[in-house]
Design a protein around this ligand. Structure first.
Ligand SMILES: [Mn+2]
Length: 242
């Protein structure tokens, strides 16, 4: 029996607020609630508000979540993690130490006879030229190596500032509430043969259907606590309630 869960845009570790703490608790409960039936878990980007992989250290803030994922993997749940614009550099840590497969861009696969296309969705909006340039800089190998030279006690807080302003910028683009670029992109994937297109980044849960194909935007866990669930027959957008 297939129970595949899809989540995105949790932005764990965004700040020190009470809301952030509540969100983290909520998400840990969610992970606990799927422990008994999940077969797959797909993280479609921006799980952490900031993840950058150093050679020797990992941020202690995320320890609880990494343990939960390890528990799921040990139980036999297959976990995939696509990079978002906030966790843009996932190194070998996830695969080597937790058993999570990471994908730097999009990821296509077949499950239960259906073709899935997954992508975080950053840089898709035509108005988002600024970000597309930034993405090239952030993902440049030389720049990554340069950033790694910073001590994590400096590098992580610095990245948090950048990450915070990037969140504000994305919110601005998203607040236009123009879904047309995303729908157009999803329909292109339908034409290429995808049954299901799943994205995030918009922080706005959405289901768009066309000729038996479905585009689901996963929303976020800041406002909506939304997630996708594929039970082997159909894909639905759901909302987690305690
Ligand atoms: Mn995003």
């Amino acid at each position: 029996m297939i129970k595949a869960y899809f989540i995105s845009d949790l932005h764990i570790g965004a700040d020190e607020s009470k809301e952030e703490f509540e969100k983290q608790k909520r998400f840990l409960k969610f992970l606990d609630s799927i422990y008994n039936n999940a077969t797959h878990l797909y993280i479609v980007g921006d799980l952490f508000d900031f993840w950058f992989e150093y050679k020797y250290v990992i941020p202690k803030k995320y320890f609880d979540f990494l343990c939960e994922f390890k528990k799921l993997v040990n139980k036999g749940v297959e976990i995939h993690y696509l990079t978002g614009n906030h966790d843009f550099y996932l190194g070998a840590f996830f695969d080597e130490y937790i058993g999570i497969k990471t994908w730097p861009n999009d990821y296509e696969f077949e499950l239960g006879g259906k073709k899935f296309y997954l992508f975080h969705g950053d840089g898709l909006a035509k108005k988002d030229t600024g970000y597309r340039i930034l993405k090239r800089i952030l993902r440049n190998k030389f720049n990554i190596r340069l950033y790694r030279c910073l001590h994590p006690d400096l590098g992580i807080p610095l990245a948090r500032i950048v990450s915070g302003s990037s969140r504000k910028y994305t919110n601005q683009i998203n607040s236009l509430r123009d879904e047309s670029d995303y729908i157009e992109f999803a329909e292109k994937q339908f034409e290429r043969g995808a049954d299901y297109v799943i994205m995030g980044h918009r922080h706005n849960p959405l289901v768009h259907e066309k000729q038996g194909c479905k585009y689901v935007n996963l929303g976020d866990w800041i406002k909506f606590n939304s997630y996708g669930l594929f039970d082997g027959k159909d894909l639905d957008l759901k909302y987690y309630k305690k």
